[in-house]
Design a protein around this ligand. Structure first.
Ligand code: CU
Length: 749
C-alpha cells in the first residue's frame, strides 16, 4: 500500500513540476494537476429502454410491485421478453415518458471529483436535438476567468447543437459545488451534476461519501414550462397551464408564505423518485454499521426547497456552498435551490432500511391561514445497511420523535421559529448562527471588521413582477466581451425609480472595496397600499452571487405571531420615505445604520435565503473583476427578472481567450441583396453559362476520345445536360437548316 502511495505521489509530483504527462482523466475522479473531461449532452425519454445498438427504443411500464416491463405499442406490437433492472431505465418518478437531458448517458450528470488548485477542462459536446446550452460552474470563483462562467449572453454565447465548447478553469475554492445549465429553465430537465473539489490536505475527505442531488420534477419539459408560465421573461403570454395554480391551491409554509406559483408534481433524489404512491425504484445509499459517511447535498431543484433528514440518524453539518462551518448537529437541514451542504452521519442504528426524506416546506394550502392537512410533498431515498435481508421492501422507519428533552434542531429555517402550538419541540437555527471553521479555511478573512466602503439595498419583490429594486432584468443579446452595439441593452431610466421598469440592470462596482449588500425580501409588500409595492405576494428568495463567496453577517425576520408563526408585517429596521419615493428606491436604516452584525467568524455562502418580509446583510470584497450575475435561484423568479449583473472593476476585466465564439445578428437590405445577386450571376455565368458548358463538353470529349469514335449525336448530347435541352438543340438546328434551305431556294428563284 505504502509503495502505491509513494508511486502515485511521485507521479503527481512529476505532473505538477514538469507536466511530463498530460495527466488526462477519463473517469469522473481525477487527482492530477490537469484534469480533462468530456461531457456529451444528449436527450432521451424517461421510462423508455433503448437497445445496446441504440436502434430500438421501447416503452417501459411500471407494475404495481415495482417491476419494470417493456410495453408493446403501435410500433412494437411484440417486445423482447427481458428482465429490466432499474439501472437500465431512467425511471425519474415512474409516472411516464418525458424528455430528459443526459450527461454522458447519465441522469443526473456524473459527479466530478478533483483536487483544489488543479486545472479542470470540460469539453462540452452539445448533442441536443436543437437547443443551445451553457454550463455554469456554480461555486467556482473563476478568478480572472469570468468568461468561463457559463452565463448565456453575459459571458458566452450558447453552445449550439452539434458544436462543442471547452471550459477550462482552476478548481477553487475547495468544497462541494455543482454544475448546471444556465440557459432558460434547461437545468430542470436533468442537466446538472456535483463538482467536488477536495481540500488537498484533508484526510477526512477519505471518508466514504455520496453525492445526493435533489430536484423537483414536473410532467412538462423546461421549454413547455417556459411557454406555459404566466411570468416568463419575454413578452410571450403564457396560458398558465394546469401546473400554475391559484393562490388558494398553492402550498404554503408555516409562516403563510407561498412555496411556488406551481403545483408540486414529484421530487427526485439522484434521478429517482415516485409520483404519489407509485412503486418506482428509489436511490439507495449502502452503508455498513459502525462506519461514518459524508453526504454531499446539492439542491438542484427549480422551485421548491427541501428539508433533508435521515430517519433515526443525526446529521452533522460541516460545510455549505463549499465553505467549512464549525460542525453542528441537526435533525434536519433546509436546503434551498442553489445551495449545497455537506453533512456527516454515522451508521449507528440497527442494520435495516431507513428513509432519507427531502420534504418541501408545505404545511397546508393557501397563504391566508395554512393548516396542516397531512399532505406531504417530498422526495425520498433509502439508507440501506449492509446485511439487511430484503432489499426491495420499503423502510418502515419514522421521523425522529421530537421531545422537550431531545428537541429537533432544524438548520436554515427561513422563519424565526416553528409554530409552538403545533411543533413545540422543534427549534430553528438560522444559517447566520453558524460559524466559519477557520481551521479548514484558507482564504483571506483579515478584513472582517473593516467598515464597509459601499452599502447597497436590494429590494427583492414583485411590484411589477419578480424584480430587484423594481427593475426586471432584460438580458443582453450578446455576451458582454463583444462590441457594445451587439448587446442591445435596455437602459434603466429614471422611470424605473418612479414606477418600476424592465431594463438591463448592470451595477458597476469599484475594485477592492468591501461591499455590504442588504437583501430585503418584499419587506414593504402588502403594507404600503397605493404604492408600487402594494403587492400581496411574498416569498423566500435564495439569492446566488457568481464569482464570490460572501460573509453572512445577519439574518432578520419579519414581525410574526409568536404562537401561530404567521407573518404580521415586514421587518421594521428599514424604512422608506413613501411620499416622495413610491418604489422605495432609497431605503434607510431606522436606527441610522445596520445593527447586530456578527463579525466573529461569520459563515461564508454563495447562495443564501432571504426570509420573506425580512432581510439579510452580507459582505464581499470586490477583488475578482468581471461581469458577475446575482439572481434568485428559484427558476421562475429568475426567468421573470429577479436578476442583475455586477460589473466589478471594468478596467481590470480579464481579456477574452483567443478565438472565443461570438454571437451575431445578420441583416441584408434590398440594395445590398440586389448587388449581391448580380455579382453571383456574373460569377455563375463564367462557371455555368453556355460558354462554360461548351468548355466542359470539350473537356469530356477529350477524355472520351481515347476510347470511342465520335458519333454526331454524342456531340449534341454531350453539350446538353438534360433531355429537354437536347431536343431544343436538335429543334433549333433543324429550324436553322430549314430556314437556310428556304433562303437558298428563294434566292435561286
Ligand atoms: Cu426568488
Amino acid at each position: 500500500m505504502k509503495n502505491i502511495i509513494v508511486m502515485v505521489s511521485i507521479l503527481l509530483f512529476l505532473c505538477a513540476i514538469f507536466q511530463i504527462f498530460p495527466c488526462k482523466a477519463e473517469s469522473e475522479f481525477c487527482f492530477a494537476s490537469i484534469c480533462e473531461f468530456t461531457f456529451v449532452i444528449s436527450e432521451s425519454r424517461a421510462m423508455t429502454f433503448t437497445t445496446e445498438d441504440g436502434r430500438t427504443s421501447y416503452d417501459v411500464e411500471l407494475e404495481e410491485n415495482g417491476t419494470l416491463k417493456l410495453a408493446p405499442n403501435l410500433w412494437h406490437s411484440q417486445v423482447p421478453n427481458i428482465t429490466l433492472n432499474p439501472e437500465m431505465v431512467h425511471t425519474a418518478d415512474g409516472s411516464g415518458q418525458k424528455n430528459i437531458i443526459l450527461v454522458n448517458g447519465q441522469f443526473p450528470g456524473p459527479t466530478l471529483e478533483v483536487l483544489e488548485g488543479s486545472e479542470v477542462a470540460v469539453k462540452v459536446v452539445n448533442e441536443l436535438v436543437n437547443e443551445g446550452l451553457t454550463i455554469h460552474w456554480h461555486g467556482i470563483h473563476l478568478r480572472n476567468n469570468v468568461w468561463m462562467d457559463g452565463v448565456p449572453y453575459i459571458t458566452q454565447c450558447p453552445i449550439l447543437s452539434r458544436q462543442s465548447f471547452t471550459y477550462r478553469f482552476i478548481a477553487n475554492p475547495p468544497g462541494t459545488h455543482w454544475y448546471h445549465s444556465h440557459n432558460g429553465l434547461q437545468r430542470i430537465d436533468g442537466l446538472f451534476g456535483a463538482l467536488i473539489v477536495r481540500r488537498s490536505k484533508e484526510k477526512e475527505m477519505m471518508l466514504p461519501h455520496f453525492s445526493m442531488l435533489i430536484n423537483d420534477w414536473f410532467p412538462l419539459s423546461s421549454t413547455e414550462l417556459d411557454l406555459l408560465s404566466p411570468f416568463m421573461s419575454s413578452d410571450r403570454a403564457g396560458n398558465a397551464g394546469s401546473l400554475f395554480i391559484s393562490p388558494d391551491k398553492k402550498g404554503s409554509s408555516i409562516d403563510g408564505v407561498e412555496l411556488s406559483s406551481m403545483d408540486y408534481w414529484s421530487g427526485l433524489i439522484n434521478g429517482r423518485g415516485r409520483k404519489g404512491n407509485n412503486s418506482a425504484p428509489l436511490t439507495a445509499f449502502n452503508v455498513t454499521q459502525g462506519k461514518s459517511y459524508r453526504l454531499h447535498i446539492v439542491m438542484a431543484s427549480g422551485e421548491f426547497a427541501y428539508r433533508v433528514s435521515i430517519d433515526e440518524h443525526e446529521l452533522t453539518v460541516i460545510e455549505s456552498d463549499g465553505n467549512p462551518v464549525k460542525p453542528m448537529k441537526f435533525e434536519s437541514v433546509i436546503v434551498f435551490p442553489g445551495e449545497t451542504f455537506v453533512v456527516e452521519f454515522k451508521a449507528d442504528q440497527n442494520p435495516g432500511r431507513y428513509w432519507i426524506r427531502a420534504s418541501t416546506l408545505r404545511m397546508g394550502l393557501g397563504y391566508e391561514n395554512p393548516q396542516p392537512d397531512g399532505i406531504v410533498w417530498d422526495a425520498k431515498a433509502i439508507l440501506h445497511y449492509q446485511g439487511t435481508s430484503d432489499k426491495k421492501e420499503d423502510p418502515k422507519s419514522g421521523r425522529k420523535n421530537c421531545t422537550s428533552d431531545t428537541p429537533c434542531k432544524v438548520l436554515n429555517c427561513p422563519w424565526p421559529a416553528y409554530r409552538q402550538d403545533l411543533f413545540p419541540n422543534m427549534q430553528c437555527v438560522a444559517f447566520s448562527e453558524l460559524r466559519l471553521d477557520s481551521s479548514r479555511f484558507k482564504g483571506d478573512i483579515s478584513q472582517e471588521n473593516e467598515e464597509a466602503d459601499l452599502e447597497l439595498f436590494l429590494n427583492l419583490g414583485f411590484p411589477i413582477g419578480s424584480s430587484i429594486n423594481s427593475r426586471r432584468m432584460i438580458m443582453p443579446r450578446a455576451p458582454l466581451f463583444q462590441e457594445s452595439a451587439t448587446w442591445q441593452l435596455v437602459s434603466c431610466t429614471r422611470d424605473c425609480e418612479k414606477m418600476g421598469c424592465r431594463c438591463s440592470n448592470v451595477l458597476s462596482l469599484p475594485a477592492n472595496k468591501t461591499v455590504q449588500l442588504v437583501l430585503m425580501s418584499d419587506i414593504f409588500g402588502g403594507f404600503q397600499k397605493g404604492t408600487v409595492f402594494g403587492s400581496e405576494s411574498k416569498a423566500h428568495h435564495p439569492m446566488h452571487l457568481h464569482g464570490y463567496s460572501f460573509r453572512v453577517l445577519k439574518t432578520a425576520y419579519p414581525v410574526v405571531d409568536n404562537i401561530t408563526g404567521k407573518i404580521l408585517g415586514g421587518n421594521k429596521d428599514i424604512a422608506c420615505n413613501w411620499r416622495e419615493d413610491r418604489t422605495c428606491s432609497h431605503p434607510y436604516w431606522t436606527s441610522g445604520s445596520a445593527t447586530d452584525l456578527n463579525f466573529e467568524n461569520p459563515p461564508l455562502k454563495n447562495t443564501l435565503v432571504v426570509p420573506a418580509m425580512g432581510y439579510t446583510v452580507v459582505r464581499f470584497r470586490t477583488d475578482n473583476p468581471g461581469y458577475w450575475l446575482f439572481h434568485c435561484h428559484a427558476m421562475l423568479h429568475m426567468l421573470e427578472g429577479m436578476t442583475l449583473v455586477f460589473n466589478v472593476s471594468y478596467e481590470d476585466h480579464p481579456p477574452v481567450p483567443q478565438g472565443f465564439p461570438t454571437c451575431q445578428t445578420f441583416d441584408i437590405g434590398h440594395e445590398e441583396f440586389q448587388k449581391y445577386l448580380v455579382e453571383s450571376q456574373k460569377k455563375g455565368k463564367k462557371r455555368f453559362g453556355y460558354l462554360g458548358r461548351k468548355a466542359l463538353a470539350n473537356e469530356k470529349q477529350e477524355a472520351s476520345a481515347k476510347f470511342t469514335s465520335k458519333p454526331v449525336l454524342s456531340t449534341i448530347t454531350s453539350t446538353c445536360s438534360t433531355v429537354g435541352e437536347c431536343y431544343s438543340l436538335i429543334f433549333i438546328s433543324a429550324m436553322a437548316v430549314t430556314l437556310a434551305i428556304a433562303l437558298i431556294v428563294r434566292m435561286t428563284m
